[in-house]
Design a protein around this ligand. Structure first.
Ligand code: G6P
Length: 372
């Protein structure tokens, strides 16, 4: 009913709108008065976490994309090697795991069979498993050594939105917590980022307030067959997530690429009028990365692409090459996915609706897949 959807036409719209809250709730009570993380609920003792020498993340679908982003954060802030793998591939390749491996299983529902089988395999090999999950008491957290719950509240729409943002928050918390208890050279940065994370919900809110041009653009593209997405660094998984949303909801051919790979193949796909969404990293800090992505935008535009550029406020370098410019707030590089994903969700939702699809119940998909 309309009441259940909080006055929105679809659960997905309601859940997109709930994201600032979901993000804030997932941080609630986890940062103490001195600005340090308190994750006592993660019942793996700090001395065991200090001995971890490898992190392996397993997940499916949208949760897998949050795990891809987590890899950048974990390796940067903890200096522990981290790999992220599709849960459905994991156990079949005989992965190398032992007591010093921390496996992180990410799942909104806590019931995804591929992820459950991956975590069972990890535990059989002696690895510790930490679940990041949105559903209290579900199977995946029950079978794990520890759980960090996301507090997105129930997610009804098949395509994940607010659960994804809270999975990102939980992944950042795990990365920062491991960095905090192990003490790396990034100690000052970790404290700063914890503070910035505590303010990020306001930035998500601001993005939501500027989405009308994105909806307009989405409607204007409803007749296209293909949309490509490019990103680099943490913007790469964001590009994959933007493409996944469009496949799931609009049933369009949508693909995400690492912007640096463009020249190794995908650039052959660029033709006149092809919409290409580019997620641009912050021009501050890793400016080399930013400049490379700006060159990529120039390259595809010179070949006829219609560029949709998602870039930080104040990033003027992108302006001459953006057919459509979507502004996001200034955010630390690693946290940018929390704001850059939001326009892509709105874009997919509006485009799918314009094509006459039911975004809450896309064809052939289930909210939770309990078969392997
Ligand atoms: C299904 C859903 C996706 C979801 C994936 C993983 O395929 O349609 O939206 O990302 O499962 O679900 P989980 O509950 O494990 O996060």
């Amino acid at each position: 009913s309309a009441a259940e959807k909080g006055g929105h036409d679809y659960f997905m719209l309601k859940e997109i709108a709930e994201q600032p809250r979901a993000v804030a709730d997932t941080l609630l009570g986890r940062i103490d008065g001195s600005g340090s993380l308190r994750l006592d609920e993660v019942r793996i003792p700090p001395h065991e976490l200090r001995e971890v020498d490898k992190v392996v993340i397993v997940a499916c679908g949208t949760a897998f994309h949050s795990g891809m982003i987590a890899k950048y954060a974990i390796e940067h802030w903890t200096r522990i090697p981290c790999e992220t793998e599709l849960a459905s591939e994991f156990r079949y390749r005989d992965p190398i795991l032992d007591q010093r491996t921390l496996v992180v299983a990410i799942s909104q529902s806590g019931e995804t069979m591929d992820t459950l089988m991956a975590l069972r395999h990890a535990r059989e090999q002696g690895a510790k498993v930490l679940a990041i999950c949105n559903t209290n008491g579900s199977t995946i957290p029950r079978e794990s050594d520890a759980v960090l719950y996301t507090h997105a509240g129930p997610e009804v729409a098949v395509a994940s939105t607010k659960a994804f943002l809270t999975q990102l928050v939980a992944c950042y918390l795990v990365a920062l917590y491991l960095g905090q208890i192990r003490g790396t050279k990034w100690g000052d940065e970790i404290r700063t980022v914890i503070r910035q994370l505590s303010e990020i919900s306001g930035a998500v809110e601001r993005v939501l307030g500027t989405m009308e041009p994105v909806r307009e653009l989405a409607r204007s593209l409803a007749g296209h067959d293909t949309v490509l997405f490019l990103g680099r660094h943490v913007g790469y998984p964001v590009a994959l997530e933007g493409a996944l949303k469009l496949k799931e909801l609009a049933y369009m051919h949508a693909e995400g690429f690492a912007a640096g790979e463009l020249k190794h193949g995908p650039i052959a796909l660029i033709e006149d009028g092809l919409p290409v969404v580019v997620v641009v990293p912050s021009p501050r800090g890793r400016s080399l990365l930013h400049d490379k992505v700006v060159s990529n935008i120039q390259e595809i535009r010179a070949r006829g692409a219609r560029t949709v550029v998602i870039a930080e406020e104040g990033d003027e370098a992108v302006v001459p090459y953006a057919d459509h410019l979507i502004r996001i707030p200034v955010t630390p590089t690693l946290l940018q996915p929390l704001v850059s994903t939001v326009p892509l969700q709105v874009f997919a939702c509006e485009l799918a609706t314009a094509r006459g699809n039911d975004v809450d119940q896309p064809r052939n998909l289930a909210k939770s897949v309990t078969v392997e």
